[in-house]
Write a protein of this length. Structure first.
Length: 323
């Protein structure tokens, strides 16, 4: 049966990769992307020429459509602290307001998919973090607009599931990196790569011992595709999706330096409430998505990401010269 799908945040880093996967579907009749281009980029979907695809520039929390959708995938939110800490009210509106509005555009019996985050675990005292871990989030801290609006949106969707039978799919994404990340994204891998290719000075906050589980975007989107629509499974989430190989921020910076001769590391003061560790417990994911795992090692993933960034920086330089 032909399906109509809406993706909020589809011009973003992960969203644009998900758009590519959706357009492979034989049952797709229409794909509508809603993106206000706050952190998303038109360039991320510039290659799309499929007649089933349409882009509407605007906010997820105020978008109106002439009809309803069989599936809605809600990704509209900045994910980098640099961006969401700058505009906390706007971040909360994107997550919670976006979900409330988009729910009204879902057909009866339709499926609502939501990209939550490992940030709901806060600065964890349990590692790796299973979905059952309730976390240690500071609801008045500098990261709260993102952490708490993701948590609240999860609560909204699961309560709608409880009272009305809403078909939901909720994932908790861990640190994801790769091509189509903004040059000015502000998170560790993109920061280190762009700094290495421009100033040559990589900024490490604190001593760099804080660890993350770095998931290459292709692997992560494989998991999203299977969970959101491809596999006929009944599990609704929340489901951790990420790489469970934990690497320190300093080791990532050192590896990037090894790829760009002449670059160096400079330590700055720690970022307030920067989590000390982040690692997904993938026990449930392996059961729900048998055979899925993040197979791209951080070294190979960073090499691919660096090459993409190199091309983007070179293209921007050529444009500046000819302008």
């Amino acid at each position: 049966m032909p399906r109509s799908v809406l993706v909020s945040g589809g011009c973003g880093f992960i969203g644009s990769h998900l758009v590519d996967r959706l357009l492979r579907r034989d049952d797709l009749e229409a794909l509508v992307v809603v993106d206000n281009l706050w952190t998303g980029l038109r360039d991320n979907i510039a290659h799309v020429s499929d007649p089933r695809f349409s882009l509407h520039v605007g906010d997820a929390e105020s978008f109106r459509a002439g009809g309803h959708f069989d599936e809605i995938i809600h990704l509209a939110s900045p994910a980098s602290p640099v961006w969401y800490m700058r505009e906390p009210a706007r971040t909360i509106k994107a997550n919670i307001g976006g979900a409330l509005n988009l729910l009204s555009l879902l057909k009866p019996g339709g499926r609502f998919c939501f990209a939550s985050t490992s940030e709901v675990y806060g600065d964890p005292v349990v590692s790796p973090q299973p979905e059952s871990y309730r976390g240690a989030v500071d609801c008045t801290g500098p990261r709260a607009s993102y952490d708490e609006s993701k948590r609240c949106t999860e609560a909204l969707l699961f309560e709608e599931q409880r009272v009305s039978g809403l078909d939901v799919r909720v994932v908790r994404l861990f640190n994801t990196y790769g091509p189509r990340t903004r040059i000015d994204d502000g998170r560790a891998v993109s920061n280190f790569v762009s700094q290495a290719l421009t100033t040559g000075v990589l900024t490490v906050y604190g001593d760099g011992s804080q660890s993350r589980s770095w998931g290459y975007v292709d692997d992560i989107v494989d998991g999203l595709e299977r969970f959101f629509w491809r596999d006929g499974i009944s599990h609704r989430g929340p489901l951790n999706i990420g790489n469970n190989s934990e690497i320190s921020v300093l080791d990532i910076a050192r590896f990037v330096c090894s790829l760009v001769p002449g670059s160096r590391i400079e330590h700055h003061a720690p970022v307030p409430q920067d989590p000390t560790n982040r690692c997904p417990d993938l026990t449930l994911a392996r059961r729900v998505l048998p055979g899925w795992e993040a197979t791209t090692g951080y070294q190979e993933g960073i090499r691919r990401t660096l090459e993409w960034f190199r091309q983007q920086i070179a293209a921007a330089g050529k444009s500046a010269v000819t302008a």
